[in-house]
Design a protein around this ligand. Structure first.
Ligand SMILES: Cc1ncc(COP(=O)(O)O)c(C=O)c1O
Length: 382
């Protein structure tokens, strides 16, 4: 797909963007980018000690907080500006495209993973089969189950059996690259290879992956990412990437003004001239979230994500060693905790962790270090 033309042309009579919040320098800039180390990146967060919950909700950097505060102030003064918000969204779209290695014209924006999965689900042909992971996060499952009235069948298999369960009958295989409940990482090579052999479309949710590990969205027909966890953006900034092959199959069922080729010329019917690239799948942006997302995406664009992965996995494996379990090679470590005792101990020690599917769950990100591992082990009596 070709890069998107700018959809930020203001409507007649709209004031020019007020320049009170400068665009984050360099998010869409070409040329070599200065690399930021994990240590330096840690300095961007004011909190984080004892916070083991990036898998639930990421933390904002000071830059994200400042941008959102300035925006709220502008809003309160009656100076919020639709065209300026549009420019912010387009810079973030462009930055995200670079982050996950796809052309900007392959990126659609929206506010939740489930809504984007719903768009894909609504285009699954009547009677077709979708293959999902048993126990995957419901935003990647319910949209497909909701199509059962049209004869769409959803088969659930364990993550490790996903590749081997794809058949010539499978129209779409949909899975999370990193599982929410366990942190388990899918075998992308095997799944993509099996899907190619059978002509099956691939839809990968990268919400629990992008930010702590490198993600190449160009390997999949579609990816979905809600950026409020590991990418440290506010909730409400989500992305769909889509290949030209799958885009042809998708009906832009959620199109509104922002999906127009020129959004400001698309505010009223009856004529509908949708964007020809992935922007036709856009859901109009929840503006303040995108203001906060801009410095967040910029931060992750400036990091070496292989280094971030080594950092997060190093801490996760150190916790596994302390717990006396096999190293998982994951940023998320979880273990059975049906009675909630483990989570209770972590919480009582002032640590922020989570419990999912009868398991205690901790996550390590940029702001964590060995002290957090030691504190968690002490809290757990190890
Ligand atoms: C894998 C995965 N995808 C998506 C989400 C968020 O879904 P939504 O954007 O629909 O709230 C989560 C939240 O935990 C998740 O773990």
């Amino acid at each position: 797909m070709d890069p998107a033309p700018s959809p930020t042309v203001p409507p007649p009579g709209t004031a020019m963007p007020s320049a009170t919040i400068p665009p984050s320098a360099g998010i869409a800039a070409s040329g070599p980018r200065a690399r930021l180390g994990v240590r330096e990146a840690r300095g961007r967060f004011s909190g984080g000690r004892g916070y083991l919950a990036a898998c639930t909700l990421g933390l904002p950097t000071r830059e994200t907080l400042a941008a959102m505060r300035a925006d709220a102030e502008e809003w309160s003064l009656g100076r919020a500006d639709a065209a300026r918000y549009g420019a912010v969204v387009e810079r973030v779209r462009s930055g995200y495209a670079g982050l996950v290695s796809v052309p900007v014209g392959a990126v659609a924006i929206g506010s939740q993973a489930s809504v984007m999965a719903g768009l894909v689900a609504a285009s699954v042909p009547d009677g077709a089969e979708v293959l999902c992971v048993d126990g995957d996060f419901s935003s990647m499952v319910f949209p497909f189950l909701s199509q059962r009235h049209r004869g769409v069948t959803v088969r659930h298999v364990p993550l490790g059996e996903l590749a081997g369960s794809i058949t010539a009958n499978t129209w779409l295989v949909a899975w999370s690259l990193v599982q929410s409940a366990t942190g388990a990482i899918a075998n992308t090579e095997a799944i993509v290879a099996a899907a190619h052999r059978s002509g099956t479309f691939t839809l990968c949710d990268t919400t629990q992956a992008a930010g702590w590990m490198p993600v190449d969205a160009s390997r999949f027909d579609a990816t979905i990412c809600h950026s409020y966890k590991w990418l440290c953006a506010p909730r409400g900034a989500a992305f769909l990437t889509v290949s030209a092959r799958l885009a042809e199959e998708l009906n832009p069922a959620q199109a509104g003004w922002y999906a127009g080729e020129s959004p400001w010329a698309s505010c009223y019917g009856p004529e509908m001239n949708l964007a020809t690239d992935a922007r036709r799948f856009d859901v109009s942006p929840a503006w303040p979230a995108w203001v906060g997302a801009e410095p967040a995406i910029e931060l992750f664009r400036s990091l070496d994500l292989a280094e971030v992965r080594a950092h997060a996995v190093g801490l996760g494996d150190a916790l596994c060693d302390g717990l006396g379990i096999d190293r998982l090679g994951q940023a998320i470590v979880s273990w059975p905790d049906a009675d909630g005792q483990g989570l209770g101990r972590l919480t009582a020690a002032g640590l922020v962790a989570s419990g999912r599917a009868g398991r205690a769950r901790v996550a390590f990100h940029l702001w964590n270090d060995e002290d957090d591992v030691a504190d968690a082990l002490t809290a757990l009596g190890r």
